[in-house]
Every structure is written in C-alpha cells, then in structure tokens.
Design a protein around this ligand. Structure first.
Ligand code: HAM
Length: 415
C-alpha cells in the first residue's frame, strides 16, 4: 500500500468541516479589521527566500529545479511571496494595504506533534504604514483571530532594537549566533559563545534585558534609544485596547527580515511546538525591486490552532434522507432537488435495498426522512418522517421542504 509522504496529513470530512468552521471564524476577524484575502503560487523562485528570509528557513526548503532549469522552491512562508505580489501588481494602490491569507507552506523539518512538512498559515500583512498604530493593529488582529478561533494563549511583545543595541560591536555572523542561542534560550551555549568571541562581559546585560518585564527595566539595560518613544506609544495603545500580553525583549524570531517590533504567542497545551503565532515589523519590498516600504504582519500556525482546540463542535445543519423504491426513484430525485434548492442537505439512498433497511440507515444519520414508494409517486405526495420524534405524515413536496426547513405548514388535509 502506498503511503502519504512523511510530515504530511490527510483530512477526512469531519476534520475538514472542523477546519472550515475555525478558518471561517478567523477570516471573519480579518474582514472586521478591513483585511482582504490574497493568494500567491505554491512555488516561487528560490531567490525570493534566499534574499532575506535567513539561513534557518532556507535550509528547510523544498527547493527543486524545474524542467526548464529554473531554481524554484515550494514556499516555506508567505510574507516574501505577498511582498513580491505587492511589488509586482499593487505598488500604485493607495496605502495602507490590508491583506490576509490562509494557505499551505512547506518546510523540510523533523515532523512531530504540531510540526509538519506541509502546514497551513493564517496570516496578515499591513503594507505601507510605519507607526505604533500599525504595530498595534497587527497585534490586535492576531489576537482577535486567535480568540475568534477559541485558542487560549500567551502573547509576548518585544522590539529587536534593544537586543541589537547591545550587540552593535559584533559582526553579522557573531550577532546571528548570539541571537540564535538567545532565541532557543540556550544560556550555557550562549556563555560559551560569548567567551569564544571575547565578549563574556555581554552576558550580564543580555540576561538582564531578556529578564526585563517593563520598558523602564529594559531601557535601564540598554540606555536611551531612538525607538523608545514609539515603543511607549505602542504599549499605551495595547493597554488602552485591553490586550493581555507581556513585554519580552528576548524575542528574536527565526526569520531575518524583521526590523523593529516583534511578537510571538504560545498556546499552553501544545507541548514542545507551542508557538502558535509569530510576527512583527519588517522591510522586504526594496529587495524585490520596489521602493523601501514599511510593513508589519504575522502568521498563525493554523494546524497548531486545531491541535490546541482539540474537539471542535461544528454547528449542526439539517440532513434529510430520501428513501425510495424503484417506482419512486424519479420523484426522489425531484424531491432532492427541491430540498437542495431550499438550502437543505438532501442525501439520496442509492443502496437499492428495501425501505426498511434504508430507514434503519437514515435513522442513524439524518434528521428527517422523505419516503417515496409506488403509492406516493402515484399520488404526487411524500411520506415525511421526523426521525427524532418518530412522527410521520403524508405531505405534498412543497410542505415537506417547509417542514424540513423548520417552517410552519398548513395542517395536512386542509388544502
Ligand atoms: P514563522 O514563525 O516562521 O513566521 O511561522 C509562523 C507560525 O507558523 C509559527 O508560529 C507556527 O505556529 C507555524 N509553523 C511554522 N512552522 C510550522 C510547521 N513546520 N508545522 C506547523 N506549523 C508551523 C512566518 O512564517 C512569518 N512569515 C510570519 C510573518 C508574517 N511575519 C510577518 N508577517
């Protein structure tokens, strides 16, 4: 038997319906913030990601050469593609642009609970504004989408300027090493790396900064920075909005394009892969041939949302089973069409079994049964059964549709 590739999943209808329900709630949150959907190709030029996304993600890419010798890759994330789309097609549109997406990404990672090689992101990008208000809006949308989905999580907001200000003297490679170790909170390895760099003196202030929980504590470590006013404004906006979050200046983010505010969210019941959202302010448009454009965004790991939620109650929609004998078959198809036209889910029994067996099956899966045998077909009526009360009545098709739709009908025999 052939199996699906490692790190991928199949989804059966129950799970797809649960996913659609949650996705719908998150899309609705985006709509209420004025964000509109975009879609980009599943594969892109490899260079789109090698330009700035950072070595972590580049090593994890499903890169390949196509038959024309082009270097391509399945997208590992959607921020670079969406900014490429902006530069290609939307540079002249009035800003800011508020866009969101729900699409799959591909990363060659070691699969485990909550970590897959094909996974879905719900993300948003706010393009063309650079302000505390823009940072706040993006954080609040991420929070609204997670809350609409019903996820309990912890939100951490930080800013890269503070950490970078402590590391200004290091070269690019050394800074990346230090930030990578901080990201993973590998403090022993960090001490060793700083010692090797001859900068063991930095350890104390790095630890103090990562431990700071207020702006005052953080700026006491770094000294005054130009970003301070904007950060204070952001904090005031988030507090005015009543957002629950904490400040954390140890947030580094795995991708290399971030320039300022960064944030991450963690769900409690996810185990090791508990980061459910990540985002921040960044600049990419100028790398793709556009003007230097400030942007800010986030992506929520949609599969992690589903793991965090566990069982999802999908609202029940009425199911009508349509049972018939061979003489009633044509009428049964007509009845199904009428029910569907009224927006109801109508399922024809195609088993060819007797009405008794058809009814046994319907009782397990449907709310109502519409029975059409030779007698009903001849008389132009249907037998309509409410499968929860057991009540059965003979109705014209129009009244049966109304009953199934939950509408009142005239008493049988009154017309
Ligand atoms: P990221 O942190 O690499 O950021 O991914 C965002 C989210 O995708 C993660 O927080 C996690 O929930 C989910 N995720 C990542 N890898 C996997 C995986 N292998 N399996 C399941 N879920 C995963 C970005 O991708 C940025 N583009 C976010 C962004 C948008 N920044 C600005 N705009």
């Amino acid at each position: 038997m052939l199996q699906r590739p490692r790190g991928t999943r199949d989804f059966l209808p129950d799970e797809m319906e649960a996913r659609a329900e949650i996705e719908g709630r998150m899309r609705e949150a985006a709509r209420r913030f004025g964000y509109r959907p975009v879609r980009t190709p599943a594969f892109e030029e490899l260079e789109l990601f090698t330009l700035r996304s950072g070595p972590g993600i580049v090593n994890e890419m499903y890169a390949f050469e196509d038959k024309g010798g082009r270097a391509l890759t399945l997208r590992p994330e959607l921020t670079a593609p969406v900014l490429r789309l902006y530069v290609n097609e939307a540079r002249v549109l009035p800003k800011p642009l508020r866009w969101y997406y729900v699409d799959d990404c591909f990363r060659y990672e070691r699969p485990q609970k909550g970590r897959y090689r094909q996974f879905w992101q719900f993300g948003a990008e706010l393009i063309g504004v650079d302000s505390a208000g823009a940072d706040a809006e993006v954080i609040l949308l991420a929070d609204a989408a997670l809350r609409a989905a019903g996820v309990q999580y912890e939100l951490k907001v930080g800013h890269l300027a503070l950490l970078r200000s402590l590391l200004v003297d290091l070269d690019e490679t050394a800074r990346r090493t230090v930030m990578g170790l901080l990201d993973k909170r590998e403090m022993n390895a960090l001490r060793d790396a700083l010692t090797d760099l001859g900068r063991a003196d930095l350890l104390g202030s790095l630890v103090a900064l990562v431990g700071a929980t207020t702006l005052d504590e953080a700026f006491a470590v770094t000294g005054p920075l130009p970003e301070e006013a904007r950060l204070r404004e952001l904090v005031a906006l988030l507090e005015a909005a009543g957002l629950e979050y904490s400040l954390n200046f140890g947030i580094v983010r795995g991708l290399d394009y971030y320039t300022g505010m960064v944030f991450e969210g963690f769900a409690a019941n996810l185990g090791a892969e508990n980061q459910i959202v990540g985002g921040g302010a960044y600049r990419l448009a100028h790398l793709f041939g556009g003007e230097d454009t400030p942007s800010c965004g986030f992506a929520i790991g949609f599969d992690r949302v589903m793991v965090a939620l566990g069982e999802v109650a999908v609202p029940h929609r009425t199911v009508v089973a349509i049972l018939s004998t061979p003489e009633g078959a044509a009428s049964a198809f007509r009845a199904a069409a009428a029910l569907r036209a009224a927006g109801l889910r109508a399922e024809l029994d195609l088993s060819g079994k007797g009405l008794g067996a058809q009814m046994t099956k319907a009782a397990k899966t449907a709310d109502f049964a519409v029975l059409i045998g030779a007698r009903e077909a001849e008389a132009g009526v249907v037998a309509f059964k409410n499968l929860s009360t057991g009540l059965q009545e003979t109705l014209c098709l129009e009244d049966a549709v109304a009953r199934a739709a939950g509408r009142e009908v005239d008493a049988p025999g009154s017309r």
